[in-house]
Design a protein around this ligand. Structure first.
Ligand code: ZN
Length: 261
């Protein structure tokens, strides 16, 4: 039996904070304030057990009692992995929603990335997509704002201080220095700040570049106007950066499934 109930959002007290989040493999999430969160990666920790269990299952004759037992063991193992991930993602998403009014994520091509055989297991072990789903649900429930910027927005390559665009960075490069203004960047934090800015939020209360020095070259560029557009970040229209236009639905719907055995 399935039915839909309309629920009213439980409003949390308004917060002035906003956060850009960069999702990654080695560090699950890096926030634009520099905070980093690691994922539990339950499968990576139990990879030996996983191989043992699936090998044992593959050697049993289908339909036999032993097969059924082995199948149950594999199923329980997967349930454990799922619970560990879900628990982590729920706690993290709730914490983010409580603290921030606006949350900005990058639209990741997860299904495309999973096709890379070297990365597919690591990515599936993290639960990026589920994280976004949880955030989407909680944003509606608690009256917050979630924006997702286009995956084509340059976030890793761009210097978050001056807007200078360096070349493509190899995945191993975790820290780099801007060739234009000399600012030293942590790869993920820089990307998170760019995500925040692309979502129409200033990364500090005073706009761009709290700690960065403005070099003569940048200053000249600013005056001549080539960086002027990037230095001030007026709230851009939703469509231009790939942010879905928020819908005006007041309450949100909760679909409940009841299964009678
Ligand atoms: Zn720079």
């Amino acid at each position: 039996m399935s039915f839909v109930v309309e629920i009213q959002p439980q409003k949390l007290p308004e917060s002035s904070k906003s956060v850009g989040i960069d999702l990654g493999i080695s560090t699950f999430a890096t926030f634009s304030n520099g905070q980093k969160v690691d994922a539990p990666k339950p499968l990576k920790k139990r990879i030996k057990k996983y191989r043992k269990l699936s090998k044992s299952l593959s050697k049993k004759t289908q339909g036999s009692k032993r097969y059924e037992k082995a199948r149950l063991r594999v199923a329980k193992f997967h349930a454990l992995l799922k619970d560990t991930r879900t628990d982590f993602l729920h706690k993290l998403s709730t914490e983010i929603i409580r603290e921030n009014q606006t949350i900005i994520l990058e639209d990741l091509n997860v299904s495309g990335m999973v096709k890379n055989r070297k990365l597919s297991r690591a990515i599936s072990d993290l639960g990026w997509r589920q994280f976004r789903t949880f955030l989407e649900g909680k944003v509606e429930k608690y009256g917050r704002d979630l924006r997702v910027i286009s995956r084509w927005e340059a976030t890793t390559q761009k210097c978050s201080c001056c807007g200078f665009r360096g070349g493509k960075l190899d995945l191993q490069v975790r820290e780099w220095e801007c060739l234009n203004c000399g600012a030293k960047h942590d790869r993920d934090k820089n990307a998170a700040i760019n995500i925040l800015v692309a979502g129409g939020q200033p990364e500090t209360l005073n706009g761009r570049g709290g700690k960065c020095k403005t070099t003569a070259k940048v200053a000249a560029a600013c005056v001549s106007g080539s960086y002027a557009k990037q230095n001030v970040n007026p709230p851009r229209s939703y469509g231009s950066v790939g942010i879905p236009v928020p819908n005006s639905r007041g309450g949100c719907q909760l679909l409940i499934h009841l299964i009678f055995v």
